[in-house]
Ligand binder design. Structure first.
Ligand SMILES: [Zn+2]
Length: 331
């Protein structure tokens, strides 16, 4: 009798469990995926705003939501550039796609990118190698023609006007994984507008690669400070090893220094670049290069106020230090 009861129980429990599971699936079919639910609202709002923002003239980053990042999406063989552009693949880290069959220029771009790896490891605490991204190499899209640049950006990031930008770092975001689709480079525009286009090409690659490491490293499931100055300033601070943009400040930037606060993004928008870079200059003066690196590694998974505690500081103290640094060096 007992064994019959056990047998019935054995048959009924899985059926019941299945019924409950199916009912749960029906009830929750319109809910956001669980992985997405765990992401703080503030982070989701920030990521949404990235997807729709096009403001800087020199560069910006674009993050696109996707439903999922399946195995095939990581494979470079499926990159847009494979069928549409010239492909140059000479190492294990990068793939260069170009609108011109110019091996010399493509090799130069590869060198600029390779040279950034060690300095990125020093500042960011690590570099993001393909082995951490399902084998995906970082694609660099080099466009010597502005119309081609516009076309490539639309293919990777969706239709918009990208012609005024010099570089973009474009990501797909599934709620679980971040995948860098590629860095685009508007070399046609640099040649038209810059006195030293190759230096600007190099600096733009370093700036965008800094975004690559930062956005592949942050823990989006935690509550982070996502203010624009924090990552644009960091990218500028890093690329200033190639070309320093903040040798002087305009009168507009000088007045911006007085009214902006660290606990929000800066206005005007371009002050996020210069004011942000100067914040890292200030950190370096106060705590050394090693201190800047510790700060950066802290903001991967902690909000800035918490990271500043490691330096026996807080937001108002850091803000005072940053403002004084600007007064002493720029005003
Ligand atoms: Zn940027």
């Amino acid at each position: 009798m007992k064994s019959t009861f056990n047998l019935i129980l054995l048959l009924i429990v899985p059926v019941l469990w299945n019924c409950m599971f199916i009912q749960w699936c029906i009830n929750t079919r319109d809910d956001a995926p669980l992985s997405q639910v765990q992401i703080p609202e503030s982070t989701i709002a920030f990521l949404d705003s990235l997807g729709s923002r096009l403001m800087g003239d020199d560069d910006h980053l674009i993050l696109r939501w996707v439903d999922s990042l399946d195995v095939d999406s990581w494979n470079n063989r499926n990159d847009y550039g494979q069928d549409s552009l010239y492909v140059y693949e000479a190492d294990s880290l990068f793939i260069i796609y170009s609108d011109r069959d110019d091996k010399e220029l493509m090799e130069k771009v590869r060198q600029y990118a390779c040279n950034a790896v060690r300095p990125l490891e020093q500042l960011m605490g690590h570099y993001v190698y393909p082995s951490e991204l399902n084998g995906r190499k970082l694609p660099l899209y080099l466009c010597s023609d502005t119309d081609n640049y516009q076309k490539v950006c639309c293919e990777l990031a969706g239709d918009d006007d990208y012609s005024k930008t010099w570089g973009l770092c474009i990501y797909s975001y599934s709620g679980v994984d971040v995948q860098t689709r590629g860095i685009t480079l508007n070399y046609g525009s640099m040649r038209k507008l810059s006195m030293s286009p190759e230096v600007d090409l190099n600096a733009t690659i370093w700036h965008e690669m800094n975004h690559y490491v930062y956005f592949q490293s942050i823990d989006l499931s935690t509550e982070l400070w996502m203010h624009t100055w924090l990552y644009e300033g960091l990218a500028e601070y890093f690329s200033s090893q190639i070309k320093k943009q903040t040798t002087a400040l305009s009168s507009q930037e000088k007045s911006a220094a007085d009214r902006n606060h660290l606990n929000s993004s800066f206005t005007p928008f371009m002050f996020n670049y210069s004011g942000g870079e100067i914040f890292y200059d200030y950190l370096e003066e106060a705590y050394g290069k090693d201190g800047v690196s510790r700060f950066v590694q802290g903001i991967y998974d902690k909000p800035v106020p918490e990271v500043l505690k490691m330096f026996d500081s807080d937001v108002s103290l850091a803000e005072r230090g940053w403002r004084n640094y600007i007064k002493e060096n720029y005003i």
